[in-house]
Write a protein that binds this ligand. Structure first.
Ligand SMILES: *Cc1c(COP(=O)(O)O)cnc(C)c1O
Length: 434
C-alpha cells in the first residue's frame, strides 16, 4: 500500500476558500462531492504532470477537463501567449489573430463556413440555439439525457456530469416554461427521436454530444448519429453537434470527421482555447449570415476573440495539424485500454473501460454503457475508493464517475506504463474496500 496522501495545505486552503467562494470553488465538480475528501489545490503543471500545493506530483488524466491535449504549460503555447500579451491584453476591436484561428478551425471542420468566437462552451451553445430557433422559426429543442451543453436554462434538463454528481438532474431557478421547450430523450435511442418528431411539429433542432463525455464516456451507436442526420433533414430541423469536448480531441476534425457526418451547426470550446477561456460556433454560410452584424440574430461579447485566448488556441491547433499527433495519441490511449482490460479480467472486477480516441471512462458496471440510465447504475462508491487509490499512487483522474478521462500528447511510454500499473493496483484496492 502506498503512503497516505498528504493534503495539509489543500485542507487549509479549502477552509479559507469556503469562507469567500461558494462551496470553496468556482465550478461544482471541483468540490469533490463525487469522491469525498478535500479537493486538491494545485500549484502548477508541466507536461504530463500536475503538482499540488502539498508537493504531491500526479500524472494528469483530467487535462483541465479537456483543453490541455498538449499537456501543461506547453512551450509553443506559452511562447505565443507571451509574445501576444506584451502588446496588450484586449482591444475590444478586431485584431489579426481572430481570423488566423478561424482559418485553422475551418480547415479542420469542412461543415463550417463561418465562425463566431465567444468565451465559453456554455455561451457557444446558448448562441447556437438562438440561431437555430431563428433560422427554423421553430421553438422546441431535442437533447439527450446525460449530455451536457453548458448551464443555459433550457439545457439544464437531465444534464449529466456536474449536476449528476450533485444529484440535481435539474436546477431550481429554471422556469418550467423554459424547460418545457426542451425534450430530453435517452442517448442512442432513435425510436424516441422519431416519436418526438411525430408528436411535435415545432422542433427547431437536435443538439447532441456526438460522443458523450459528460455522463462518463459513452460512444454513439453507429446508426445513431446517421439516424439523427436523416430525421432532422426529413423534418426540416437542424442538427447541432456540440463538439466543445470532442472537437480537435477525437480527431483534428472532431467527431464529425471520425464518423463522417455533417451537422448543420457545430459548437466548439475547450481545446480551441488551448487553456484560455474560448468557445465558438459555426456552420454553413446561409445560417451564420443570420447572426449580427450580418443578420438580425443578436449575440455579442466584450472579450470575444480576445487576442491572448486566440494566441493560445492558434499555437495549440498548429501543433495538432500534424497528422502524426492523433496517431500517436490513439496508440497511447489504446495501450492503456489494453492494459486496463487485462487487469479487469485478471481481477474479475465488475468494471468496463470505454474509450474513443483519447477520451475514456472506467465505469464500475458489469456491462458496456449505452446511455445515462445505465451510467447512473454504476457503483459510485467504488469509483470514489478507486479515485483516491489512484491519487495516492500519483495518477489524477476526474473526481467523478460521470466525467471523461483525457489522455494528452505529453504522456510518455513510461508514463503510460505507470498509468496501467496504477490502475491495476487501484482496482484491487477499490474492490477490497467494498
Ligand atoms: C464543457 C462542455 C460545455 C460547456 O463549456 P464551458 O466552457 O464549461 O461553458 C458544453 N458542451 C460540452 C459538450 C462540454 O463538454
Amino acid at each position: 500500500m502506498p503512503k497516505p496522501l498528504r493534503t495539509d495545505q489543500s485542507q487549509k486552503l479549502f477552509q479559507e476558500a469556503q469562507k469567500h467562494l461558494v462551496g470553496g470553488v468556482n465550478s461544482p465538480v471541483r468540490a469533490f462531492k463525487g469522491v469525498g475528501g478535500t479537493p486538491l489545490f494545485f500549484a502548477r503543471g508541466k507536461g504530463p504532470y500536475l503538482i499540488d500545493v502539498d508537493g504531491n506530483r500526479y500524472l494528469d488524466l483530467v487535462g483541465s477537463w479537456g483543453p490541455l491535449i498538449l499537456g501543461h504549460a506547453d512551450t509553443a503555447v506559452l511562447n505565443l501567449v507571451r509574445r501576444t500579451i506584451r502588446k496588450g491584453l484586449t482591444f475590444g476591436a478586431p485584431s489579426p489573430l481572430e481570423t488566423q484561428l478561424a482559418i485553422l478551425v475551418k480547415k479542420a471542420f469542412p461543415s463550417i463556413d463561418k465562425v463566431r468566437f465567444v468565451s465559453s462552451g456554455t455561451e457557444a451553445v446558448l448562441s447556437v440555439l438562438r440561431l437555430a430557433r431563428a433560422a427554423t422559426q421553430k421553438k422546441r429543442i431535442i437533447k439527450f439525457n446525460g449530455c451536457y451543453h453548458g448551464h443555459g436554462d433550457s439545457l439544464l434538463v437531465a444534464a449529466g456530469s456536474g449536476a449528476a454528481t450533485l444529484g440535481l438532474p435539474d436546477s431550481p431557478g429554471v422556469p418550467e416554461e423554459f424547460a418545457s421547450l426542451t425534450l430530453s430523450l435517452p442517448y442512442n435511442d432513435l425510436t424516441a427521436v422519431q416519436a418526438a418528431f411525430s408528436k411535435y411539429n415545432d422542433i427547431a433542432a437536435v443538439i447532441v454530444e456526438p460522443i458523450s463525455g459528460n455522463m462518463g464516456l459513452v460512444p454513439p451507436k453507429k446508426w445513431f448519429l446517421q439516424g439523427l442526420r436523416d430525421l432532422t433533414s426529413q423534418n426540416k430541423a437542424l442538427l447541432i453537434f456540440d463538439e466543445v469536448m470532442t472537437g480537435f480531441r477525437v480527431a483534428f476534425g472532431g467527431a464529425q470527421e471520425l464518423y463522417g457526418i455533417k451537422p448543420d451547426l457545430t459548437t466548439l470550446g475547450k481545446i480551441i482555447g488551448g487553456g484560455m477561456p474560448v468557445g465558438a460556433y459555426g456552420g454553413r454560410q446561409e445560417l451564420m449570415s443570420q447572426v449580427a452584424p450580418e443578420g438580425p440574430v443578436y449575440q455579442a461579447g466584450t472579450l470575444s476573440g480576445n487576442p491572448v485566448a486566440m494566441a493560445a488556441g492558434i499555437a495549440t491547433l498548429k501543433k495538432l495539424s500534424d497528422p502524426d499527433f492523433y496517431k500517436k495519441l490513439e496508440a497511447s490511449a489504446a495501450f492503456v485500454e489494453e492494459g486496463v482490460k487485462r487487469a479487469i479480467q485478471k481481477i474479475g472486477a465488475e468494471a468496463v473501460f470505454q474509450r474513443v480516441g483519447s477520451m475514456a471512462t472506467l465505469f464500475f458496471y458489469a456491462h458496456p454503457i449505452e446511455n445515462y440510465e445505465q451510467a447512473k447504475e454504476s457503483d459510485r462508491n467504488k469509483y470514489a475508493a478507486f479515485f483516491w487509490a489512484m491519487a495516492r499512487r500519483g495518477v489524477y483522474i476526474p473526481p467523478s464517475q460521470f466525467e471523461a478521462w483525457f489522455f494528452s500528447g505529453a504522456l510518455t511510454q513510461e508514463n503510460l506504463k505507470k498509468v496501467v500499473k496504477v490502475i491495476g493496483e487501484s482496482l484491487k484496492e477499490a474492490l477490497e474496500a467494498h
